[in-house]
Design a binder for this molecule. Structure first.
Ligand code: HEM
Length: 181
């Protein structure tokens, strides 16, 4: 994944627990990189190792870290670094979610080697939507939950629940979330 992802993990860990903790996380993860370059590619494995090490050192389950990272991604990383892209996604939570399938096509204009997730939306009602999440990568459903909750905060439309109602872990070809606000 692009370096901006690891950079965002660094930013979250050091803002919550300090620089010294980030150095420990890198050491435990076996990651010997001083500065991540945002628009350079790094092996996915590196990101997973960093999350795993942060989980072990803090005694927090990886899913909880990924969910917090999803919120951080929307409210800090995207807001501060890519505000215009974020604003182009929609003017309200429902609008943003319905537009989500097209979102990373715009991101790909900046990051040409992006391997983005794919989304579909269905069953749209006034206060809920089903979000279908397709990816080659494993274990990132909790990240999506955090992203959606972060979007709810960004639009001041608190998300009541994000429920995984179909899962690759149970043999489906994608993860399916019911989002209610
Ligand atoms: C301006 C905002 C955003 C930017 C710049 C951005 C950019 C990126 C980048 C660089 C990656 C790593 C993939 C790679 O390097 O090949 C990524 C992955 C991902 N993004 Fe975004 N993104 C943004 C917003 C969002 C939002 C709002 C969502 C969903 C609600 C989202 C969902 C994901 C997911 C789930 C992944 C993990 C990759 C996978 O599932 O295979 N992103 N994004």
């Amino acid at each position: 994944m692009y370096g901006m992802v690891n950079k965002a993990v660094e930013d979250m860990v050091s803002s919550m627990h300090g620089e010294a903790m980030w150095e420990k996380v890198k050491e435990r993860a076996g990651v010997d990189v001083d500065v991540f370059i945002s628009n350079e590619g790094y092996p996915d494995e590196m990101t997973y190792q960093l999350v795993g090490a942060a989980s072990e050192l803090s005694g927090t389950p990886p899913a909880q870290i990924l969910e917090a990272f999803g919120e951080h991604w929307v409210l800090k990383t995207a807001r501060e670094g890519y505000g215009e892209l974020l604003d182009a996604g929609g003017k309200s939570l429902p609008e943003f979610l319905v537009n989500l399938p097209d979102f990373h096509a715009r991101v790909s204009m900046i990051f040409s080697k992006l391997q983005p997730p794919r989304f579909k939306v269905s069953d749209i009602t006034e206060h809920s939507v089903r979000l279908h999440y397709f990816t080659q990568r494993a274990g990132l459903a909790p990240f999506v939950i955090g992203l959606v909750k972060g979007l709810g905060k960004m639009f001041q439309t608190p998300v009541k629940s994000v429920t995984l109602i179909g899962s690759r872990d149970q043999g489906a070809d994608h993860d399916l979330f019911l989002i209610e606000w």
